[in-house]
Design a protein around this ligand. Structure first.
Ligand code: PCA
Length: 329
């Protein structure tokens, strides 16, 4: 499967090479650093590496994007600032991690607003123009975005309702997950994915909400025992460029990068969808009890979802109204 995906990107890169305007062989090669926060083996990182390779081939080496996965160049928390200030030219970050700067960044973490891949794509297209407005004020140009699979709850014990989760230390990754844990009566602790295994092993946290993907990457079955599939939302990673670096590219290079970004968004999204059930099967294969959230737990989560939806709408104001009405069209 991955080989097919790989050759699709390569073939497209080669094809656009043929149609790309002739580039001067004396052109100065530009090197961009691309920090990413998640594991090198994760599909987001692998997808970005294919994107970088496709850009290199299609620009005939004129633009060389060097991917630094696993938080090796900048940690998750530092990536947006690093790109804004030009310490790195391009980067990837969890979009909703910036919801505390501007609530618009949190559109993808509103519980139960878009809980399938199709709806996630629809919501993304509805939100993109609003997001680009906010990003341009931050000196950033949007390239592409790929979702994580649906989010589910992980625990060290069976949890059938909000009451069962009371007081448990909960790993949050953005404002919405911290708020969800407060509303569940749990204790939120913000932990980056890169530090998750250690936080679980040392008892800093004993539960979380995330996808099967991160559960698998971090082998959380070594510490956690129960997974409740909720599909509460599909958070996104997004890839962005420093605007000055972008403006420094010639028009033909820009259009190649945009084209490859569109392809990367589609192939990355397809890959997430293909892997979604497989990740969850791996949690079960490694001994976790895996089930859909149901009964009182689901009722409690839906109630919390309503509260969080109205809180987000209030925080994002007219922009939230615009995004939701575009989405529901
Ligand atoms: N994995 C990332 C964000 C959402 C997800 O599924 C994480 O847990 O950090």
């Amino acid at each position: 499967m991955l080989r097919k995906f790989n050759s699709l990107v390569k073939a497209t890169a080669v094809a656009s090479c043929l149609v790309a305007p002739m580039l001067s062989s004396f052109a100065h090669a530009e090197k961009w650093d691309m920090p990413m926060a998640y594991s090198n083996t994760n599909y987001h990182t692998q997808n970005a590496k294919l994107f970088a390779e496709a850009v290199k081939v299609a620009t005939q080496g004129k633009l060389d994007i060097v991917v630094h996965g696993g938080g090796s160049l900048f940690g998750g928390k530092e990536i947006k600032r690093a790109v804004q200030t030009g310490q790195a030219q391009i980067g990837e970050r969890l979009l909703s991690a910036h919801a505390n700067e501007n609530a618009v960044y949190g559109f993808d973490s509103v519980p139960f607003l878009a809980s399938s891949f199709d709806d996630s794509v629809k919501l993304w297209n509805a939100a993109k123009p609003e997001l680009e407005k906010v990003m341009s004020k931050d000196n950033l140009v949007l390239l592409y975005s790929v979702p994580w699979p649906g989010q589910g709850l992980y625990f060290k014990k069976a949890v059938e309702s909000k009451a069962d989760a009371k007081g448990v230390k909960f790993r949050s990754y953005n404002a919405a997950t911290a708020r969800l844990s407060e509303l569940m009566g749990m204790q939120p602790v913000q932990v980056e994915a890169a530090e998750l295994s250690q936080a679980l092993a040392t008892g800093v946290v004993a539960s979380m909400i995330s996808s099967g993907s991160t559960g698998y990457d971090k082998k959380v079955w070594e510490e956690l025992t129960h997974f409740y599939d909720v599909n509460a939302w599909l958070p996104r990673n997004y890839i962005f460029v420093n605007k000055d670096a972008w403006d420094g590219l010639d028009k033909s290079t820009q259009s190649i990068v945009k084209g490859m970004a569109m392809l990367a968004e589609q192939s990355g999204t397809a890959r997430a969808q293909q892997l979604s059930d497989w990740y969850i099967s791996q949690l079960a294969a490694n001994g976790m009890t895996v089930q859909a959230a149901k009964g009182q737990l689901l009722t409690d989560l839906q109630e919390i979802g309503k509260t969080m939806t109205s809180e987000w709408q209030k925080a994002a104001g007219d922009t939230a109204t615009a995004i939701i009405s575009n989405f529901q069209k």
